[in-house]
Ligand binder design. Structure first.
Ligand code: DSN
Length: 406
C-alpha cells in the first residue's frame, strides 16, 4: 500500500493492538484469512437483492459466496435448513435488531428487553436509541440480592404487560440465560422470542454456552465478538418468518450488502467449526472464571459473585474509584477495559461504578489460567496504586511478546 498517511496509521494501530492487554469483552483478533477476505475485491460489487434475485448484473460469484455463508452459518449452529433460514447482510448488531423489530412488530407496539443498566443493550429500547422512538418498551432486570435475572419477577411483569416481542440477550451480563424459561414467558404473552446472542455467539457455536435455538423464533448475533469474524451480523429466523425478515433488511433497511464482509464471515464460520475453535471457546470461559476468582481473592467485588461466560463486571466504586478513573488508570498501564454501569448503579452512565472485563481477545492470543493470575496482579496493583502504571506498561510490553497477534 502506497498511501503513506493511512499506512502509517495502520502500522501504529498494529503496534498499539500488539502491545496491550485487551480485556474489552466485545473485541477479538481475526485470522489472517478473515482479514484477507475482508480486504478483498468483493468490496467493488453492488448486489442489492438476494442470491438468484439481484437488481444488478454480474453477481454469479457473489451469489456463491452469500450462499456459502448461509450454509455454513446454519451448519455451525446445527440447524435444519428446512426449518431455519439466515440473513447474512445486516451490517452490524444494531441494524440487525432494528430489522427484526420492523419485520415483526408494528410501530408503537410494546416490546420487552433487559434494561441497559442491568446488562442489556442500547438497541433493546434504550431511551437514547431510535428503537425507543418507534416502539414502546418494558424493561426487566436482575434481583437486587443476587444480581442475576429474576425470572419470577420477569414473568409477573411481562404477563401483565403483554409485549409483542421479548428480547433475551445482553451486552454486560456475566451469567447464563435460561432460554427455556423465556420461551415459556413468551408463550404466555403470545409474543415472539428473539435471542440476541451478539456477545456469546462463539461460545454457543462451540457448545460452551446454552443455545437459544431450541426456543427462539429469531436469533441475532454480531460476527466480530466471540465468534471471531469480521464486523457484521447474522439474523437467523424460523422459515415462516423468512420473507418478512429478508424484506426488512433489503429493501426495507439497507441497500447493497458488503460482499467483502460476507466473504470474510464465510471464512470465520468455517474456522468456528474446527476443533481448535471449540477449545478456544472453552478456554475463554475458563480464563474468565480464573480471572474473576483471582480478583475476588484480592477483595474486588465481582457483580453477581462471578461469571459463567466470557465477561465479568467489577464494582470499583467500593474501592473509591469510578469506572472512568479505573479505565484511564488501566489504560496508562497498557490494560484496555471499558467502564460499565453495574445493576442499580448510583452513578451516571458516562462515569459509572464498574468496569467490564472480558477474555475473548487475550484467549485468542494464547493466554491461559496462569496468565490470568498475572493479569489479576497487574489489575489489582494498578487500581490500588500499589504499582506504577509506567512500570506495569513496560512489563506488559515484554510479557505480551510471547503472544503475537494472528
Ligand atoms: N459495543 C458492543 C459491546 O461492547 O458490548 C455492543 O454493541
Amino acid at each position: 500500500m502506497n498511501e503513506k498517511v493511512v499506512l502509517k496509521l495502520i502500522r501504529a494501530e498494529e503496534r498499539r493492538q500488539a502491545g496491550v492487554i485487551n480485556l474489552i469483552a466485545s473485541e477479538n483478533y481475526v485470522s489472517r484469512a478473515v482479514r484477507a477476505a475482508s480486504g478483498s475485491i468483493f468490496t467493488n460489487k453492488y448486489s442489492e437483492g438476494y442470491p438468484g434475485k439481484r437488481y444488478y448484473a454480474g453477481n454469479e460469484i457473489v451469489d456463491e459466496v452469500e450462499r456459502l455463508a448461509q450454509e455454513r452459518a446454519l451448519k455451525l449452529f446445527g440447524l435444519n435448513p428446512k426449518k431455519w433460514g439466515v440473513n447474512v447482510q445486516a451490517l452490524s448488531g444494531v441494524p440487525a435488531n432494528v430489522f427484526v423489530y420492523s419485520a415483526l412488530v408494528k410501530n408503537g407496539d410494546l416490546m420487552a428487553a433487559q434494561a441497559l443498566d442491568q446488562g442489556g443493550h442500547l438497541s433493546h429500547g434504550s431511551p437514547v436509541s431510535l428503537t425507543s422512538r418507534f416502539w414502546k418498551w418494558v424493561h426487566y432486570g436482575v434481583s437486587k440480592e443476587t444480581e442475576t435475572l429474576d425470572y419470577d419477577g420477569i414473568t409477573a411483569l411481562l404477563e401483565k404487560e403483554f409485549p409483542k416481542l421479548i428480547v433475551a440477550g445482553f451486552s454486560s451480563y456475566p451469567r447464563r440465560l435460561d432460554f427455556k424459561r423465556f420461551r415459556t414467558i413468551a408463550d404466555a404473552c403470545g409474543a415472539y422470542l428473539m435471542a440476541d446472542i451478539a456477545h456469546v455467539a462463539g461460545l454457543v457455536a462451540a457448545r460452551a454456552y446454552p443455545s437459544p435455538f431450541p426456543y427462539a423464533d429469531v436469533v441475532t448475533m454480531t460476527t466480530h465478538k466471540t465468534l471471531r469474524g469480521p464486523r457484521g451480523a447474522l439474523i437467523f429466523f424460523k422459515k415462516e418468518l423468512e420473507e418478512k425478515i429478508n424484506k426488512a433488511v433489503f429493501p426495507g433497511g439497507q441497500g447493497g450488502p458488503h460482499n467483502h464482509q460476507t466473504a470474510a464471515i464465510a471464512v470465520a464460520l468455517a474456522e468456528a467449526k474446527s476443533p481448535a475453535f471449540k477449545k478456544y471457546a472453552r478456554q475463554t470461559v475458563a480464563n474468565a472464571r480464573v480471572l474473576a476468582q483471582e480478583l475476588q481473592k484480592k477483595r474486588w467485588r465481582i457483580v453477581s459473585g462471578g461469571t459463567d461466560n466470557h465477561l465479568m463486571l467489577v464494582d470499583v466504586s467500593r474501592e473509591g474509584l469510578s469506572g472512568k478513573d479505573a479505565e484511564k488508570l488501566l489504560e496508562s498501564a497498557g490494560i484496555i477495559v471499558n467502564r460499565n454501569a453495574i445493576p442499580f448503579d448510583a452513578r451516571p452512565p458516562y462515569n459509572p461504578s464498574g468496569i467490564r472485563i472480558g477474555t475473548p481477545a487475550v484467549t485468542t492470543r494464547g493466554m491461559k489460567g496462569g496468565d490470568m493470575k498475572r493479569i489479576a496482579e497487574w489489575l489489582d496493583g494498578v487500581l490500588r496504586r500499589a504499582l506504577e502504571p509506567a512500570v506495569v506498561k513496560a512489563e506488559i510490553r515484554r510479557f505480551i511478546k510471547k503472544f503475537p497477534l494472528p
